[in-house]
Design a protein. Structure first.
Length: 663
């Protein structure tokens, strides 16, 4: 409740989207919506970006999304972060070996990027500020509800700001945890902020079409809607600190995992300022143990002693500690992420879990991206509001992240007998079988968030009659990647692929809020193809593409935005992937396809047939009819059909009609 001493409430004007919480997830959502010409207001009860580094690793899947959102944003992260390609394993001062973080070529980003969370927020905020949008700091949401009025509905939220802010409140207020400044008690606390009676506040009643709660593990939005936050608190406690160290082991700039004589594990990760993030398992929390007192008692000297016991016999000295914490972990998930298609939960407001594996922030990044383009479609009149129900597809993904991060925590930090014995055998065998072990010990692909698949819904629609492919290329799956060759068109009788000019298939998905229609030609253009070819000839394919694109874009497209925020030129982009293992014979149809702009039906060469194979739309033996795949704006497969004939194009059009509205 607002204090009796507060000023009278003033009603603010209606805004399309109100975002409560300006952590990295709220900021990213605000940035994407702003770029898509959806006006936002973003508030945060603190007064500054949290100075704590907190979450550290940015997974390949998040980097893929950054590349689609804005290349400048991606470059900022890559230029400032530290690439982690290997985990280094140490024991007794000896390097046992190293394991790759990522295996295979499933993504253009075969690494984890180490970047402190405060820097992540700073980079996103800088781009947001360049677009003229700024966080309303000091404002906190205290109540919210959905109002039905004469057939219209909107969100009415009460927000407030203290008229006088003490220096204490200028410090970081950690929206994910239970305490101020650097001391963590429980990651993902579920209680609401304590209201401060007797203070004088400025109060506003904000009406918005939508509200997004990105206000952390103790979300006021979730609390006011009475959405259950089910789960448990793990019994483990973990010590974590950032600091400058001095040691003989060359661990600066590397991700290192240590095991002491008692097999107690310790992890070290480099920070941008030359310090290290050190994480040490502390065993189970005692029945009467007070973690608040524990962190107060955890002096740099005690930390140094703790680490020295693990890293021994190598000398270790802690020169300074800039952040010290002890924490437990909540594994919890909001019962629903969507309230009446008007209020949405993202990030820690929707799910909290172990920091192991670095899945928390990254899951939130995917939340924001999933929601942003759907809100934009509705805002621009390109989709009905019912499309927002599909944001619930994030709920099982959150469950999977919680389960996986918890499994990593339990496997890596359990101090039980069998876990210790298993760790002992692994450490003993590692020097002898490291090359063998690396094929079995690499992090699962789910940990890098490359194999998350959405269930079937109105956006993820299987073909009515054709046999569904395997799960990892079915509708709802993240689109597969492959290397393609850009085709040049010299003035001769053949179109030779330029073997030095290649790109990733994922490069074709760059762009915010756009559907990508990929036409796989099968063996149409391959001169080695034998037998009767059932695919569409190139000349006819070019004609079909142009007529369909013109018709579709006249029905479904963004309207021009402000000059300082140019909208995507088209809602629908289309490219052709041609399967051919030899130079392509020149004809007018192929020449026309090669001459198109990227997104307007341009042809690229799948010389290895890997792209066709990964999408199960081409065989390495015999002619094939190829197919058409519709990739959603978040690079998940929305629809697919075998063949490229007129009936296949009709099927794609029916899919688009099922989700888009003519504006």
């Amino acid at each position: 409740m607002v204090s009796a001493q507060s000023s009278s409430a003033t009603e603010a004007s209606m805004c399309p989207v109100l975002i409560s919480g300006a952590g990295p997830i709220g900021l990213l959502l605000a940035l994407e919506l702003t770029k898509l010409d959806v006006s936002v207001r973003i508030i945060d009860r603190s007064n500054i970006i949290s100075p704590l580094s907190k979450s550290l690793g940015i997974q390949p899947r998040s980097l893929e999304l950054f590349s689609m959102i804005d290349r400048q944003l991606l470059d900022t992260f890559l230029n400032n972060g530290q690439i982690a390609e290997y985990f280094h394993f140490w024991r007794g001062g000896n390097l046992l070996g190293k394991l790759p973080v990522i295996v295979g070529q499933e993504t253009p980003f075969n690494y984890v990027l180490l970047q402190e969370q405060n820097k992540t927020s700073e980079f996103i905020m800088n781009q947001l500020n360049e677009l003229g949008v700024f966080v309303d700091y000091g404002w906190e949401l205290v109540d919210t509800k959905v109002v039905e009025d004469n057939g219209e509905s909107y969100v009415e939220s009460t927000i407030r700001k203290a008229k006088e802010t003490s220096q204490e409140n200028l410090a970081d207020i950690d929206s994910d945890t239970d305490t101020l400044n650097s001391d963590l008690k429980i990651v993902g606390q579920v209680s609401q902020y304590i209201q401060e009676d007797g203070r004088e506040y400025e109060v506003q009643v904000v009406r918005s079409r939508y509200l997004v709660g990105s206000d952390g593990g103790r979300s006021t939005v979730r609390h006011k809607l009475k959405i259950p936050f089910n789960g448990c608190t793990l019994k483990h406690k973990t010590f974590m600190f950032d600091g400058a160290i001095e040691t003989d082991i060359p661990i600066i700039g590397k991700c290192s995992i240590f095991s002491g004589s008692n097999l107690q594990p310790m992890e070290c990760y480099p920070l941008h300022n030359g310090e290290l993030r050190v994480v040490v398992e502390g065993g189970d929390v005692g029945p009467d143990e007070d973690l608040t007192q524990a962190v107060k008692d955890l002096t740099p000297e005690k930390l140094e002693e703790m680490v020295r016991d693990i890293i021994s016999p190598t000398p270790f000295k802690l020169l300074r500690a800039s952040w010290i914490s002890v924490f437990q972990v909540n594994e919890r998930r909001a019962e629903t992420f969507v309230h009446k298609n008007k209020i949405f939960l993202v990030g820690d407001a929707a799910h909290t879990h172990s920091p192991s594996g670095g899945l928390g922030l990254n899951t939130g990044i995917q939340d924001a991206h999933n929601l942003a383009w759907k809100l934009a479609l509705v805002h621009h009149g390109l989709a009905e509001e019912t499309i927002l129900e599909t944001y619930k597809e994030r709920e099982p993904i959150a469950d999977l992240s919680i389960k996986l991060s918890g499994a990593i925590l339990r496997a890596n930090r359990s101090m039980g007998f069998f876990s210790r014995y298993s760790r002992f055998l692994t450490i003993k065998l590692m020097p002898y079988f490291f090359e063998f072990l690396k094929f079995f010990s690499v992090p699962p692909r789910e940990k890098n968030m490359l194999k998350y698949t959405y269930a079937q819904n109105s956006l993820n629609t299987p073909h009515a009659t054709q046999k569904a492919p395997r799960t990892d290329v079915a509708v709802g799956a993240r689109a597969a990647n492959a290397s393609l060759t850009i085709i040049s068109s010299p003035n001769n009788q053949k179109m030779e692929p330029d073997t030095e000019d290649t790109l990733q298939l994922f490069d074709l998905f760059v762009g915010l809020g756009q559907f990508n229609i990929m036409v796989f030609t099968g063996t149409t253009l391959d001169p080695k193809s034998k037998g009767k070819d059932t695919s569409t000839p190139a000349s006819h394919l070019h004609s079909v593409i142009q007529s369909r694109l013109i018709a579709w874009r006249s029905r479904w497209n963004y309207k021009a935005g402000p000059k300082d925020r140019p909208m995507p030129e088209h809602l629908l982009r289309l490219n052709v992937v041609a399967a051919a293992t030899a130079p392509i014979h020149l004809d007018k149809g192929v020449e026309a396809l090669a001459g198109q702009a990227n997104g307007d039906g341009k042809v690229y060469l799948d010389g290895t047939l890997l792209a066709h194979s990964r999408y199960e739309l081409g065989a390495k033996s015999g002619p094939t009819a190829g197919g058409i795949v519709v990739i959603r704006p978040d690079s998940h497969v929305g629809y697919r059909v075998q063949g490229t004939g007129d009936s296949a194009w009709d099927d794609v059009e029916k899919y688009l009609e099922s989700i888009l509205v003519t504006n």
